[in-house]
Ligand binder design. Structure first.
Ligand code: MUC
Ligand code: MN
Length: 373
C-alpha cells in the first residue's frame, strides 16, 4: 500500500556561531534553522532543513516566515498525499504557492530523506547515484579583522581542513576592503586560493574599480559584486575582466541560469538548494550551466548538518565541480543537533552514507536548542 504523508512538524533551532560572521548586510552571532520532521503512514520519518542568513537581511524569507508558511500553507497541501510521488508533490506546491523556495527546499529534503529510508538508499542514489564520495570544501574568513582572518587561514591549512578561502567584503569602503583582501592574499601566497564575495554591495562603477584591484592582487573569483537583478551588468563585468565572476544571488534557478547564459555570461554559478526550492530544482540549474559551459560551485546559506548533507547528496551526483564547494556550515556552529557530525578531512567532506540523508537527530540536543515560544 502506498504510504501517505501523515504529519509535518517544524521547529526553530538557534545555534550560536563559533565567532561573529561578518557579511556586507549583517553580522551573524547565531544561526537559526527551521527543522522539518515529516512522518508518513508507514512510520518512516524524513528530516529537512530550511535556513537563511541574518533573519530578513539576506533574502525575502526569514526563519519565522519559513516556519509559518510551511505550517499554514505548504504542509496542508502535502498531508494525506502519497509520500512517494515527489514529482507530483513538487508540482502541487508550485501550482498552489509562489516563491518560498527555502521552505520548499526543506520539505523536498524531508520527502527525499523519507523515501531513501523507505527504499534503503542514500538520497544521492535516488538522484541517479553519487559520482564523488569526498567533496572539496573552502572556508569563509569573515571575522571582520585582517590579522585574525590570517591566523584562522593558517590554522585551517595546518589542520588540512581547507586550502581555499572566501573573504566577505562590501561592508567597508572599497579601498579598505581591497587592502584587507590583498593583505590576506599576500600572507597566504601560493599556499591557498583566495576569492571574495561582495554580496551585491557595489554599484557597477565601484565594481569596475574594485575588481581591477582585486584581479591585480591575485584573487581567483569574484562573487556577486553588484545587485542580483543587474544581469546585464554582471555579463558586462564577466566580459571585461580576466578574473571570473561567480553569480550567486543573481541566479536562483534554471530560468535565471538560462537568461544569464543566453545573455553571454561566462564564469560560474553558485548552486544552493535553498535558492532553487530543493535538490531537483538546483540540479536543473546545474544542467543548464553544464550545457552553457558555465562552471559549477556547491553553495550554502550556512545550513547546519541536515541542509548541508542534503546539498552534498545533490553535488555528489554532478561531475567534478570546477570551483568545489563551501559546505562548511556545520563547522561555523558551536554545536550540532545530529548524533554523528559530518566528517571533514583532507580539505573536504565525506558524503554521508546510509539510507536517506545518512544523518540522525540527537533528540536531547534538538530539544535543548529548539525555540520554546
Ligand atoms: O555566499 C553567500 O552569499 C552566503 C554564505 C556562503 C558562505 C558564507 O560565508 O556566506
Ligand atoms: Mn554569496
Amino acid at each position: 500500500m502506498t504510504p501517505l504523508i501523515e504529519s509535518i512538524e517544524t521547529l526553530l533551532v538557534d545555534l550560536p556561531t563559533i565567532r561573529p560572521h561578518k557579511l556586507s548586510m549583517t553580522t551573524m552571532a547565531c544561526q537559526t534553522m527551521v527543522i522539518v520532521r515529516l512522518r508518513d503512514s508507514d512510520g518512516i520519518e524524513g528530516l529537512g532543513e530550511g535556513t537563511t542568513i541574518g533573519g530578513l537581511a539576506y533574502g525575502p524569507e526569514s526563519p519565522e516566515s519559513i516556519k509559518r508558511n510551511i505550517d499554514s500553507y505548504l504542509a496542508p497541501l502535502l498531508i494525506g498525499q502519497p509520500a512517494d510521488s515527489l514529482n507530483a508533490l513538487r508540482a502541487r506546491l508550485a501550482r498552489h504557492t509562489r516563491g518560498n523556495m527555502i521552505a520548499k527546499s526543506a520539505l523536498e529534503t524531508a520527502l527525499l530523506d523519507a523515501q531513501g529510508k523507505r527504499l534503503g538508499l542514500p538520497v544521492a542514489a535516488l538522484l541517479g547515484g553519487a559520482r564523488q564520495a569526498h567533496l572539496p570544501v573552502l572556508w569563509t574568513l569573515a571575522s571582520g579583522d585582517t590579522a585574525r582572518d590570517i591566523d584562522e587561514a593558517f590554522q585551517r591549512l595546518e589542520d588540512r581542513r581547507h586550502c581555499d578561502f572566501k573573504l566577505k567584503i562590501g561592508a567597508n569602503p572599497v579601498d579598505r576592503d581591497v587592502a584587507h583582501v590583498a593583505a590576506i592574499k599576500e600572507a597566504l601566497g601560493d599556499r591557498a586560493g583566495v576569492r571574495v564575495d561582495v554580496n551585491q554591495a557595489w554599484d557597477e562603477a565601484t565594481a569596475v574599480r574594485g575588481i581591477a584591484a582585486l584581479q591585480e592582487a591575485g584573487i581567483a573569483l569574484i562573487e556577486q559584486a553588484i545587485p542580483a537583478r543587474e544581469h546585464a551588468g554582471l555579463i558586462r563585468l564577466a566580459h571585461r575582466f580576466r578574473v571570473p565572476m561567480l553569480a550567486d544571488e543573481a541566479v536562483q534557478d534554471a530560468r535565471d541560469g538560462f537568461d544569464l547564459a543566453a545573455g553571454g555570461f561566462s564564469g560560474a554559478f553558485a548552486l544552493k538548494i535553498a535558492k532553487s526550492g530543493g535538490l531537483h530544482g538546483v540540479l536543473e540549474l546545474a544542467h543548464v550551466a553544464q550545457a552553457a559551459g558555465i562552471g559549477l560551485y556547491g553553495g550554502t546559506l550556512l545550513e547546519g548538518t541536515i541542509g548541508t548533507a542534503a546539498s552534498l547528496h545533490a553535488w555528489a551526483t554532478l561531475p567534478e565541480l570546477a570551483w568545489g564547494t563551501e559546505m562548511f556550515g556545520p563547522l561555523l556552529l558551536e554545536d550540532d543537533i545530529v548524533e554523528t557530525p559530518l566528517r571533514y578531512h583532507d580539505f573536504g567532506v565525506e558524503l554521508p552514507t546510509g539510507p536517506g540523508l545518512g544523518v540522525r537527530l540527537d533528540e536531547d540536543k534538538l530539544a535543548h536548542y529548539s525555540r520554546k515560544s
